[in-house]
Design a protein around this ligand. Structure first.
Ligand code: SF4
Length: 213
């Protein structure tokens, strides 16, 4: 089983995923600390709210047998609704809504790695509740929820990332460093040093030998 967080890390950067999941390294920055504090708050209470309108739960464990993944939803709401689905174990019909909390709203589109995380969580919740699931991002800085709809491209991207992770695990080699836009906000940049060019000693000697012959 692959953690949903690992999917998100691999989609952000395969090398970062390798440092975390193959080498067990981790470094924090302001962005990761903000995110952790926000999630600690949301996950603190299992039952966040119960009213005539429905129930809200924090830090809900998720898994999918179909995809071989597991993780946690920040918040799941069961909203009482006549046309809803009778969720397993619930006394009446509900709509199921899943919410992922983020500290800051993106300037443009939702980043691919975050969208993948939300899609993977939604797939798990659909499998567990055997019902359609509404998915939202909640941004703490703007205090706004944004509904997210998925399509077949999200499923294809998830399958690509899953198979890339499984192949990387089989190879057992750390994926290479690729300098990219995300490097500037990456908490592992100090360990990875993507702007430092490494010298391939073997290649340098081979070149010297060729030039002197
Ligand atoms: S600094 Fe860049 S290349 Fe290195 S782990 Fe982070 S995102 Fe990946």
């Amino acid at each position: 089983m692959i953690p949903i967080r690992a999917l998100q890390h691999y989609a952000y950067c395969p090398h970062r995923w390798g440092m975390l999941y193959m080498e067990g390294r981790w470094a924090e920055n302001a962005h990761t600390v903000k995110g952790d504090l926000l999630h600690e708050n949301v996950h603190r209470e299992a039952l966040l709210r119960s009213s005539g309108a429905g129930m809200a739960f924090g830090g809900v464990s998720l898994y999918s047998e179909r995809l071989g993944i597991y993780g946690k939803a920040d918040r799941i709401e069961l909203l009482r609704c006549n046309k809803g689905t009778a969720a397993a174990g619930a006394p009446c019909a509900y709509r199921v809504r899943l919410i992922e909390y983020k500290p800051t709203a993106p300037k443009g589109e939702i980043p691919a790695a975050e969208r993948l995380q939300l899609y993977a969580q939604t797939c798990c919740a659909q499998e567990i509740f055997q019902a359609p699931v509404e998915a939202c991002m909640y941004y703490a800085d703007t205090r706004r929820r944004v509904a997210v709809a998925f399509d077949e491209e999200d499923e294809a991207f998830l399958q690509r990332i899953l198979s890339a992770i499984r192949s990387a695990q089989e190879r057992g080699a750390l994926p290479p460093i690729v300098l990219q836009k995300g490097c500037s906000g990456c908490s592992m940049a100090g360990e990875c040093m993507p702007r430092v060019k490494t010298t391939n000693v073997r290649e340098a000697i081979r070149r010297c030998l060729c030039e002197s012959s």
